[in-house]
Design a protein around this ligand. Structure first.
Ligand SMILES: Cc1cc2nc3c(=O)[nH]c(=O)nc-3n(C[C@H](O)[C@H](O)[C@H](O)COP(=O)(O)OP(=O)(O)OC[C@H]3O[C@@H](n4cnc5c(N)ncnc54)[C@H](O)[C@@H]3O)c2cc1C
Length: 377
């Protein structure tokens, strides 16, 4: 990862924030399922949201690496806190930046840079992996589109001021008939439904987003009409790297827990457990190298479909194994507040599910390999 001086300084600031402000709060955020409002405001102030957004739209104009490394650093302490800017920037800001009109960029990006929260609303009941099977419709009426439908399990749903929502504009075209709309929370007909309790990342809200005759002009379309599915997939290519960085941060936290534990309980560092630690570090290294490679490819303007899926698959599966090993090594103490191994185990699990389950990543990887004519060896 090639980071300039400004980027290194920013990451140092993020690291100080994570160690001094986030670490001590993570257990309470988890236990209370409480959204960390003050930490989100602080992330707005220190530029976690702004880092990747270009200067002309109110951001700091730093690299994707800076955003991804920030997510990784904060995830070492609390994966709820890191997910909030990750979703706002990489799932709401990024598609606006890449595909939105100049007016949409001006309207939304500086707000996101300031720490205002955004969300991406694709999933519907029964259509998670099958994102092309959505039922939400956007019917054209004169110059307007009328949206009706319901999204479910939407991260940041309770706090988001802006949503990118997918809707069917031409049903007969199947996935070529889906369009993405930028919606404001206060739009008439948009409401937030149930909020779900979760096994992990409990400090983030996960809600239904309901649309009942939400009326929007064509200026709220992101990209072209019927281009939504393609934009979603492209967005997830970057989003999945964010999930890899989150999984890596969680894994690093778990390895740190084990080492700290052994500093205090030397009698427990038995040979078998050392073997476990070696496997944990080995898996982490593989995750980090794929993650670096995929970030570099995005920054180099290359197609990252294969590497993004490989990164998420590797880092997510490894995070579950690494945190599980940490729980085993710490024994009953893994359940104590001092060593948050069990929380990390619950945080790790979600990285195998959202932004495309790891089974779906395997499908993508298999298809990409066949599409390219097979491996070149
Ligand atoms: C905490 C959390 C936050 C989320 N945040 C968001 C968000 O912000 N925005 C959003 O739009 N969505 C969000 N989601 C939804 C998430 O993206 C979906 O849960 C995910 O895509 C899987 O869809 P599903 O849950 O409907 O599972 P299903 O698609 O029903 O899959 C169930 C199982 O079947 C497997 N499976 C499905 N299809 C295939 C196949 N073709 N081949 C092999 N195996 C298959 C899956 O891997 C999985 O194991 C969130 C989910 C969670 C849990």
């Amino acid at each position: 990862m090639n980071l300039g001086t400004l980027e290194m300084e920013k990451l140092k600031q993020v690291e100080d924030f994570a160690k001094t402000k986030v670490r001590s709060r993570a257990a309470d955020i988890d236990e209370g399922s409480s959204f960390p409002t003050d930490l989100v405001e602080e992330m707005g102030r220190i530029g976690v949201f702004a880092s990747y957004i270009p200067r002309e739209y109110g951001g700091l104009g730093l690299s994707l690496s800076t955003l991804m490394e920030s997510i990784r650093i904060i995830s070492r302490e609390c994966a709820s806190t890191s997910l909030i800017p990750d979703v706002a920037v990489s799932l709401f800001g990024e598609p606006i930046l890449k595909y939105g009109s100049e007016a949409l960029k001006k309207r939304y990006l500086s707000r996101i840079a300031d720490g205002t929260i955004g969300a991406l609303a694709i999933t519907e009941p029964g259509t998670g992996s099958d994102a092309a099977g959505i039922k939400t419709t956007a019917l054209k009426k004169g110059e307007k589109y009328i949206l009706n439908g319901g999204k479910t399990f939407i991260t940041n749903g309770a706090e988001a001021q802006f949503f990118l929502a997918s809707a069917v504009t031409e049903p007969e075209l199947k996935h070529h008939g889906i369009t993405l709309f930028a919606l404001d929370r206060e739009m008439s007909g948009l409401s937030i439904g149930n909020e779900f309790r979760k096994m992990g990342i409990r400090g983030t809200s996960t809600t239904e987003v309901l649309m009942n005759n939400v009326e929007v002009g064509e200026e709220q379309v992101v990209g072209e009409i019927n281009e939504g599915f393609k934009i979603e997939m492209d967005t997830l290519n970057v989003g999945r790297i964010g999930i890899a960085s989150q999984a890596i941060g969680i894994s690093e936290g778990a390895i740190r827990d084990v080492v700290n534990f052994w500093k205090e309980h030397k009698e427990n560092s038995k040979e078998g457990a050392l073997f476990k630690l070696a496997d944990m570090v080995n898996m982490l290294h593989s995750s980090v190298s794929k993650y670096y490679e995929s970030v570099g490819m995005v920054e180099g303007g290359m197609d990252t479909t294969l590497l993004s899926s490989l990164s998420k698959l590797q880092a997510g599966d490894s995070a579950v194994k690494i945190t599980s090993s940490a729980v085993e090594i710490l024994g009953h103490l893994s359940m104590s507040e001092k060593y948050p191994a069990e929380r990390r185990y619950r945080e790790a699990k979600i990285t195998q599910i959202y932004e495309g389950t790891n089974e779906i990543q395997r499908l993508i990887i298999g298809r990409e390999i066949l599409k390219s004519g097979g491996p070149h060896f």
